[in-house]
Design a binder for this molecule. Structure first.
Ligand code: NAD
Length: 492
């Protein structure tokens, strides 16, 4: 059994009171490691370490180029250790090894891209309209940033925050999900090896209320970057408002994957399947509402059902597995509850609809790939995030109705459009309320392209050049070049 410690101020430490949380392998159901159960005292230690690293020591003295170099070194170390990190994630969250290895191998690119940006953060000289005055702007880091992440893609979600934030010169306290903290602690070993000054990146573990909340409410913390549920995001937004802290919130979704009759239907079937069953539906951008044009609705949904029947459930470490277990017990129960809710609302269960049974299902925390037809968009199964392998199919007649149904949601994270008509693809991308729209593809992300939702899906963006601005503040500096100060009673 592995026994992890937290990483605070460059030291490996237990929780102050020595308490631990057992972390379970979702596939086998076995406890495979322990992590410290941090509390307010540990949050305090971590914030103080991050504040000290921000204000003194080597980090603020580093040139921006040297900062970028350090980040690139961390990227190299992640590449060298990708297999270990990916296997740690699979052991902790039960997602497929193919998916996690793909994600982890991609992470170095974030440190290369944003590391390269560190020495390109420039202010401007303003051609100011006041005589005898020189005015320029500086883009400055905020200070201590807290990154809080969900369990579904632990390192990717952390790196989305750390890479732009470090490029900007901030320091961090990372609090991963209590269900999947191990990979962040493995990552911290690489931070140490790369030679980051102590306190620049701290990792504390524990429960949201016990260690997350003291971090979020800490007076020295300047920014919170959060990925998680709408409920968690709302609490954080409210508490951040008390101190006017900066926030980015990456929350849930109920994304519409829209198939027009003129689509390449072979590709669209794969798009529908990938939209909901990749990651067993435990992905914020899951295309959990499948909108299909009425003229092809029956035939298309039948094809999706037939394809979904072939999905191979099993050990997530096995490269042949396509659908893995559900990560957490509460999530498992929630998915089963939503199946009951959908049935109760009159949804027609076309496939699945219960806990999966059979060989190679480990401790059995699997849900059958499930498809509901005859769904109306006002039903709960079409309005609420399930975060599991449950697809709700809804017919529509034309573009206008597709837009009306897709936008009739509290969420606005992602959307997919399947059509061979690029005029339609483009128009739909404009009309859909979503932070990301994919046309004839689904579930693609890049460090270069902004990622984030609108409405109740979140605030602000990660990735892309502008992500660095989420971690910077502007200062305007005025210098008088005149020999005399003019009338002091008049605004200059
Ligand atoms: P969650 O809100 O329960 O927990 C997320 C994190 O917040 C955890 O680390 C948790 O410990 C912490 N937390 C909880 N309460 C807190 C509090 N009061 N103060 C501080 N921290 C607190 O979410 P989850 O169940 O881990 O994740 C699933 C959710 O995440 C889904 O809604 C999913 O859509 C969303 N998600 C969104 C994105 C995105 O980029 N938009 C990506 C992945 C997951």
């Amino acid at each position: 059994m592995k026994q992890y410690q937290m990483f605070i101020g460059g030291q490996w430490v237990d929780a102050t009171d020595g308490e631990i949380i057992e972390t379970t392998n979702p596939y086998s159901g076995e406890v495979w490691a322990t992590i410290p159960r941090g509390r307010a005292e540990d949050a305090e230690r971590a914030v103080q370490a991050a504040q000290a690293a921000f204000t003194s020591g080597a980090w603020p003295k580093l040139t921006a180029s040297a900062r970028g170099q350090l980040m690139r070194k961390l990227g190299d170390l992640i590449a060298e250790n990708a297999e270990l990190l990916a296997k740690t994630e699979v052991t902790d969250n039960g997602k497929l090894i193919n998916e996690m290895l793909g994600q982890v191998k991609y992470l170095p690119q974030y440190f290369y891209y944003f590391g390269g940006m560190a020495d390109k953060i420039e202010g401007a000289v303003i051609p100011i309209d006041k005589p005898d005055t020189f005015n320029f702007t500086r883009l400055e880091p905020l200070g201590v940033c807290v990154a809080i992440t969900a369990w579904n893609s632990p390192l990717l979600l952390a790196v989305n925050k750390l890479a732009p934030g470090l490029a900007a010169g901030n320091t961090f306290v990372l609090k991963p999900s209590e269900y999947t903290s191990a990979s962040a602690l493995e990552f911290a070993k690489l931070v140490e090896k790369a030679g980051f000054p102590p306190g620049v990146i701290n990792v504390v573990t524990g429960l949201g209320q016990e260690v997350g909340e003291p971090l979020v409410t800490h007076k020295l913390v300047k920014k919170i970057a959060f990925t998680g549920s709408e409920f968690g995001g709302q609490r954080i937004y409210e508490s951040a408002a008390k101190d006017f802290k900066r926030v980015t919130l990456e929350l849930g979704g109920k994304s519409a994957n829209i198939v027009f009759a003129d689509a390449n239907l072979d590709n669209a079937v794969k798009g529908a399947i990938g939209g909901i069953y990749a990651a067993s539906g435990q992905t914020c951008v899951a295309g959990s509402r499948l909108l299909v044009q009425r003229s092809i609705y029956d035939r298309f949904v039948e094809r999706v059902v037939e394809f979904a029947k072939t999905a191979k459930l099993g050990d997530p470490m096995d490269v042949g597995t396509q659908v893995g277990p559900v990560t957490t017990p509460p999530q498992f129960q929630k998915i089963l509850d939503y199946i009951d809710i959908a049935r109760g609302e009159g949804g027609e269960c076309l496939l699945g609809g219960k806990k999966a049974t059979g060989p190679n299902l480990g401790a059995g925390r699997f849900v059958e790939p499930t498809i509901f037809g005859a769904v109306h968009n006002r039903m709960r199964i079409a309005q609420e995030e399930v975060f599991g392998p449950i697809l709700a199919c809804i017919p529509f007649d034309d573009e206008d109705e597709a837009v009306q149904i897709a936008n009739d949601s509290n969420y606005a994270l992602a959307a997919g459009v399947w059509t061979e008509n690029m005029r339609r693809g483009l128009i739909m991308s404009q009309r859909l309320e979503a932070g990301m729209v994919w046309v004839n593809m689904y579930r693609a992300v890049s460090y270069m392209s902004p990622f984030g939702g609108h409405k109740r899906s979140g605030v602000g963006h990660e990735n892309g050049m502008s992500a660095v601005m989420e971690y910077l503040q502007t200062k305007s500096v005025w210098i008088s070049t005149g020999l005399e100060t003019p009338d002091p009673f008049v605004l200059r």
